[in-house]
Design a binder for this molecule. Structure first.
Ligand code: SF4
Length: 418
């Protein structure tokens, strides 16, 4: 395994120091954040414990399929979810990953030989080995993350069709992945989604939320109408299942206009809305997400988020930020302090308008324009999680739809249950 930043331990505060520095932040959340940041690898003994017949291995994602050589996720003892970070010996990483080992009859998270916590593999959903009436394997239709079912309806992002337009941290379009792995026409069939969702819901009590997303489709009579129609084709087919099963429906789209948002609510039965601005600073956004900047713009994206609050309600709208990319060289912030101040200023501005910021921990991807960059320190992510959670609470915004059970991805929403 190639580790790009091998001397990081001598330059960053250790996780043990950070446990002491932040006594008000649960160690589970700090550890989970670092597992997302650094990644983890399975020892041979841990691999022997992983059984794809009962554990959740392969999965379908916006970026493509994974197989049973990696695990989909881990749970820590308090229910904290580790949603990403499983790497293999072939991967290139920024910092050496944690090792998930099997010692004295327990699956444990270790670093440099020290045991930090116990862990458990996620369990395979009951629907996973079944097929739709068209013969599509159901695991290729929906993925499960905690208590949420995920559909990635179209795995092609048209921002990559704009020269230099793809987001620089994103692995979907660079080096031809759009064409080679996904294909322009690969869209999940609405009937397959209906049948898989109906089957998944037979596992009573497991799922609380359905979430759909897809790559950006810019075409149509108005910008994004084509993307809208893909969503509506699926949601209008499955929305009876939301009501029958008390399932909340959330959607993550390119930033849509009021007419499109109202159609998602009225025709699609969507309850919660997310549209990812990704970078919380106009200048850095224009550099890191040039396609989004060209087509909608930073101010335009924010306005559409504020419009979404009028349509879906305060606290029902969020935006993800891939935190850490704003420190990339050469055009990013020069210090972590400067970046945190700017990020929290913008988080507060969005919160004033009823929009929740969700913090995504950036793990540098090899198949991205930013592949040679370095993600920030663990201290950075803890300060951001704390700051975002405090702002969200002070503006009376709930993290309900992205909490530790429904999403489990964001350190700041892990803090919402304390
Ligand atoms: S919008 Fe950006 S992050 Fe999302 S799929 Fe397209 S290029 Fe990737």
């Amino acid at each position: 395994m190639e580790v790009r930043y091998s001397d990081w331990r001598s330059k960053e505060e250790s996780i043990d120091k950070l446990f002491e520095k932040y006594p008000d932040i649960p160690r589970f959340v700090i550890l989970k954040t670092d597992l997302h940041r650094r990644g983890y690898i399975l020892s041979e003994r841990a691999k022997e414990q992983f059984n794809p017949e009962i554990h959740h291995g392969k999965g379908i994602h916006l970026s493509g399929e994974t197989d049973d050589t990696t695990v989909e996720g881990l749970y820590l003892r308090d229910g904290t979810a580790v949603c990403n970070g499983c790497v293999t010996e072939d991967d290139v990483v920024v910092r050496d990953p944690y090792i998930v080992d099997y010692i004295d009859g327990k699956l444990v998270i270790t670093d440099q030989g020290r045991i930090y916590e116990e862990a458990e593999f996620w369990y395979k959903p009951d629907y996973y080995d079944k097929f739709t009436s068209k013969g599509t394997p159901m695991w290729k239709v929906l993925n499960a993350r905690g208590h949420r079912l995920d559909a990635d309806l179209n795995q092609y992002c048209e921002f990559w069709d704009i020269p230099g337009g793809g987001c620089k941290y994103c692995g979907i379009g660079v080096y031809g992945m759009n064409e080679k792995k996904c294909g322009h026409n690969l869209r999940v069939d609405p009937e397959d989604v209906y049948e898989t969702l109906r089957e998944a819901l037979k596992q009573r009590g497991r799922y609380l939320q359905f979430r759909a997303t897809q790559g950006s489709l810019l075409g149509g009579k108005e910008l994004l109408d084509e993307e809208l129609e893909v969503y509506l084709a699926t949601f209008s087919r499955i929305k009876t299942l939301f009501k029958e099963n008390g399932l909340k429906a959330t959607i993550n789209t390119t930033a849509m206009n009021v007419r499109q948002l109202e159609r998602l609510r009225d025709e699609g039965g969507v309850t919660y809305y997310t549209s990812d601005i990704e970078v919380l600073d106009k200048e850095k956004f224009e550099w890191i997400c040039p396609g989004k900047a060209k087509v909608i713009g930073y101010d335009g994206w924010k306005k559409r988020l504020y419009d979404a609050v009028d349509v879906f309600g305060k606290g029902h709208v969020s935006t993800d930020a891939v935190l850490g990319t704003e420190l990339a060289t050469p055009k990013g912030f020069r210090t972590e302090d400067e970046a945190i101040a700017a990020n929290l200023r913008e988080t507060e501005e969005l919160a004033k308008h009823g929009v929740i910021v969700l913090d995504f921990v950036w793990r540098v991807g090899e198949n991205t324009i930013f592949k040679n960059q370095k993600s920030p320190s663990l201290d950075y992510y803890i300060r951001m999680a704390k700051g975002i959670n405090e702002i969200r609470e002070s503006y009376g915004l709930s993290a309900y739809f992205a909490d530790y059970q429904r999403s489990g991805n964001q350190p700041s929403t892990d803090l919402a249950r304390i």
